[in-house]
Design a protein around this ligand. Structure first.
Ligand code: NAG
Ligand code: NAG
Ligand code: NAG
Ligand code: NAG
Ligand code: NAG
Ligand code: NAG
Ligand code: NAG
Ligand code: NAG
Ligand code: NAG
Ligand code: NAG
Length: 426
């Protein structure tokens, strides 16, 4: 029996290598998939300069559709023009194989319905990352763009992103990106917890330009954020430096803009206030927030900008805080917060401050607990080889045994009492 397993594993490695030929990571380690793009093609996206390719190498289920012409606009990113949809099976998965176990990555999926099926209907489905629940995607507006992103540590040398049909319509996807992250970044993403993005906002700009690669070498997407006419923008053309061992590496172009309250007299009583709501409220998600700062004005000796940061009345900054001129500063939570109906951040000038508070960027993450339990990796390789050798056309996608609800039909798995579940019967 053990020789059988070895033989299967050997075949599986050959199979994986072959699959790699048709396109996995590029030189930067980026994988950029335009889901629904017509067979085996690729193009260079003009705004990000990245090459997007079709999904052959990553998935073998689903059908391609173009969105309805009614939703095509000249400013729409090309990856939204077409989608891949999954009318068959409960769990359909993309498999990206170029990962290094134990390294950190960002994965991002985007969705725009664009009435691709002509039904003009909303849809709700779940996203899983590996064997873990990630997010419920709720599409109710045909031209709304939904972005799901998670920063995670790879538990094995591949990652699966699965779309799970929960009986509320046909899952679909517009694009899927994988970006390697340095392990030193986002230290609160580790092998036992992942960080799912709720907001990533670039304070200042009143236009609609999203900042991403090449301005952000990690290709995070920074959405413009302003509160006109209550906030006003402060900008600089000087470069804003990251600090040594910066754990966020927010790009200069994001930090070069900030906001401050318009009505700030007297400055030493002024406030900047903003909030987010738990989503979904019934699940009481746990949140972490990162606030990014840099002083952009050339302060004189007599000027001082100092403020306290509170989260729902609890101190969020360790004490009164003054951003450093033209250096990236971050104030961030270590301990997730939960159990509130809303999360209010208040930046309040101290009595000695002669200038109102500012903020340059904000990130809010939902903490996802990671179940490290996957089906035994040799069994996964073996069963995938059997599946491809025998061209098995069953609803066999994602991890064979985990989670139990979506275990492959026709297999029996041992319970994961200790260690990984094994495939016991085929
Ligand atoms: C996809 O295109 C590449 C380059 O054009 C080619 O080398 C490869 O054989 C094609 N693969 C398939 C499955 O058509
Ligand atoms: C989508 O449109 C492109 C050209 O714009 C066409 O080549 C392709 O076949 C269309 N795909 C589908 C699924 O209709
Ligand atoms: C769904 O499954 C049926 C039966 O296996 C197959 O004939 C059909 O082509 C599949 N449809 C899609 C969209 O994959
Ligand atoms: C989906 O979104 C719609 C519109 O925003 C909302 O009314 C509905 O409650 C949401 N459904 C779920 C299950 O979250
Ligand atoms: C991940 O980070 C959390 C929060 O700091 C910590 O409680 C947990 O022990 C860490 N897990 C690992 C595997 O380091
Ligand atoms: C700030 O002002 C001082 C004195 O005028 C000047 O030397 C310095 O270059 C200025 N710094 C910036 C960042 O503008
Ligand atoms: C700011 O926080 C300090 C304690 O860290 C406190 O003494 C001071 O009163 C606070 N100031 C304001 C304006 O809230
Ligand atoms: C604000 O500053 C003014 C003058 O600099 C001072 O008189 C006043 O007491 C300060 N306000 C507070 C709340 O400390
Ligand atoms: C305000 O400044 C004075 C003089 O520098 C200092 O003694 C005092 O502690 C400061 N107050 C606060 C609240 O920081
Ligand atoms: C496999 O599981 C099915 C359904 O739970 C059960 O009926 C069957 O007896 C199991 N087969 C073996 C050999 O354990």
């Amino acid at each position: 029996m053990s020789t059988m397993v070895v033989w299967f594993v050997f075949l599986a490695i050959m199979f994986l290598n072959n699959a790699g030929v048709t396109g996995q990571a590029d030189d930067t380690g980026f994988v950029s998939i335009d889901c629904g793009l017509a067979g085996n093609s690729s193009y260079k996206d003009a705004s990000s300069t990245l090459t997007y390719s079709s999904e052959e190498a990553f998935i073998d289920t689903g059908t391609n559709h173009n969105i309805s012409a009614a939703y095509v606009t000249s400013t729409l990113s090309p990856h939204y023009l077409n989608v891949r949809s999954f009318s068959n099976g409960t769990r359909n998965c993309y498999t990206i194989r170029s990962l290094v176990k134990g390294e950190k990555y960002l994965v991002r999926a985007t969705f725009m319905y664009g009435n691709y099926d002509g039904l003009n209907k909303g849809v709700i489905f779940d996203l899983h990352i590996g064997v873990n629940y990630w997010k419920t995607v709720n599409i109710s507006n045909p031209d709304k763009r939904t972005i799901a992103e998670v920063i995670f540590v790879a538990p094995v040398d591949y990652i699966q992103v699965c779309l799970v049909n929960t009986g509320l319509g046909t899952p679909f996807i517009s694009s899927l990106d994988l970006r390697p992250m340095k392990n030193s970044l986002y230290p609160l993403a580790n092998s036992s917890q992942s960080l799912a993005l709720q907001h990533r906002l670039n304070a200042g700009p009143t236009d609609t330009t999203i900042i991403r690669y090449p301005d952000d070498p990690h290709d995070r997407m920074w959405e413009p954020w302003s509160n006109y006419p209550y906030w006003t923008e402060i900008t600089t053309s000087s470069h804003v430096q990251n600090v040594q061992n910066d754990i966020f590496e927010v790009p200069s172009v994001v930090l070069q803009t900030a906001v401050t309250p318009v009505n700030a007299t007297p400055a030493n009583t002024s406030e900047l206030k903003f909030f987010w709501l738990p989503d979904p409220p019934d699940k009481d998600p746990e949140y972490l927030a990162n606030l990014h700062f840099s002083e952009l004005m050339n302060l004189t000796k007599d000027q001082k900008r100092e403020f306290n940061i509170t989260l729902n009345d609890a101190m969020f900054s360790p004490g009164p805080f003054s951003p450093d001129p033209l250096y990236a500063n971050a104030v961030y939570g270590f301990k997730p917060v939960h159990g509130r109906q809303q999360y209010i951040l208040t930046l309040k000038a101290t009595a000695n401050s002669t200038l109102p508070p500012i903020i340059n960027a904000v990130e809010v993450f939902l903490v996802l607990q990671v179940s490290g339990i996957l089906t035994d990796s040799a069994d996964v390789s073996a069963i995938n080889t059997i599946k491809s050798q025998y061209q098995i056309k069953r609803d066999w996608y994602g991890d064979p045994c985990v989670p139990k609800t979506y275990a492959w039909d026709g297999l029996n798995c041992s319970d994961a009492v200790s260690g990984s579940p094994r495939i016991t019967v085929l």
